[in-house]
Design a protein around this ligand. Structure first.
Ligand SMILES: NC(=O)c1ccc[n+]([C@@H]2O[C@H](COP(=O)([O-])OP(=O)(O)OC[C@H]3O[C@@H](n4cnc5c(N)ncnc54)[C@H](OP(=O)(O)O)[C@@H]3O)[C@@H](O)[C@H]2O)c1
Length: 291
């Protein structure tokens, strides 16, 4: 197999694959970053074309799609018969042009996403998702198993895998933002961050419950729910926005949530589950779509 791009992610991919016994050809624009990987099972190439043509499976771990196209332009390598796997972050619209390019050159295309930090690559904690033909995913099994404890093919449409990755990234940043704002509030209230962090896994059943209940209500568009009604959320959010302000947090998500709850209450909702806020996104999306 070949890895094109040995930045943080690409380097971790190379190490995990080489450690699992795979022979790995590599290329990177800045040679020092690929040369330091040289060793057992790792073969460093000076030219991208030589690295690509060294293997039937080629993983691209470059910054983004634009850079991937640029490297392919400059390499002008033979892609025929090769399985090209794109790992860079992007949006669904990025997928079709790259896939078309690979297929026009006689290659096959899989979309991939690594949903964890580079340190987790090669461990049970790493989760990877793929989009593309079942037989191509099967052909990649040695690699996917070297990279992650759990690997899932999301279907034959590579664009869907990218859309899934976008959703997962949006969730990740909501989590990061929540963590950062909580940390600021914890510091301002004198709650040691370690004490707070240790208790976070205990909230997991509550998170799963919110998602599980919310999914059912969103699908039915009936948000009737007697536990934790909007009226209680408003009371809590009134308290929290005051605390966030005193902690010096600008543009807190807590203020945004409060505005959304107030708007839902203006629309007549009271005892509903907080998932009713979904209707605000839906009507805004419909308005943008019909513009
Ligand atoms: N880091 C993470 O936690 C993580 C997790 C999942 C997914 N990802 C995604 O993985 C991709 C790579 O991320 P990374 O964290 O590995 O970033 P990185 O360490 O900055 O690596 C970027 C790679 O792209 C190459 N590159 C950038 N511009 C180039 C150009 N004009 N021509 C040729 N090569 C160029 C770099 O080569 P040089 O060494 O020569 O600069 C390097 O190999 C991104 O799409 C990222 O979103 C990252």
């Amino acid at each position: 197999m070949t890895v094109i791009g040995t930045g943080v992610i690409g380097s971790a991919v190379v190490r995990a694959c080489a450690d699992s016994g795979l022979e790995v050809s590599v290329w990177n624009r800045t040679p020092e970053r690929s040369e330091r990987l040289a060793g057992r099972n790792v073969h460093v190439h000076e030219k991208a074309a030589a690295a690509i043509e060294a293997s039937p499976i080629v993983l691209f771990c470059l910054l983004n799609y634009e850079v991937t196209h640029r490297v392919l332009d400059e390499a002008a390598a033979d892609l025929s018969g090769r399985l090209v796997v794109q790992n860079a972050s992007g949006v669904p619209d990025d997928v079709t042009p790259l896939r078309a390019r690979v297929e026009a050159a006689g290659g096959r295309y899989l979309e991939a996403a690594i949903l964890n930090y580079p340190d987790a690559i090669g461990t049970e904690d790493c989760f990877t998702v793929y989009g593309g033909a079942a037989e191509d995913f099967k052909e990649l099994a040695n690699v996917t198993e070297a990279l992650s404890g759990k690997q899932v093919r999301l279907g034959s449409d590579p664009g869907y895998a990218k859309a899934y990755h976008v959703v997962s990234s949006a969730f990740y940043y909501a989590f990061v933002n929540g963590f950062l704002e909580c940390s600021a509030i914890a510091e301002s209230l004198g709650v040691p961050l370690n004490d707070f962090a240790e208790s976070v896994p205990l909230y997991d059943p509550g998170f799963q419950n919110t998602i599980g209940v919310g999914l059912g209500l969103i699908a039915r568009r009936d948000y009737t729910f007697e536990q934790a009604p909007l009226t209680s959320h408003l009371d809590v959010l009134n308290n929290l926005t005051g605390i966030a302000e005193r902690a010096g947090i600008d543009q807190s998500y807590l203020g945004v949530m409060r505005e959304r709850v107030l708007k839902a209450m203006e629309q007549g909702y009271r005892r509903e589950h907080v998932a009713v806020l979904t209707e605000q996104f839906r009507s805004r999306r419909a308005a943008v779509h019909n513009r």
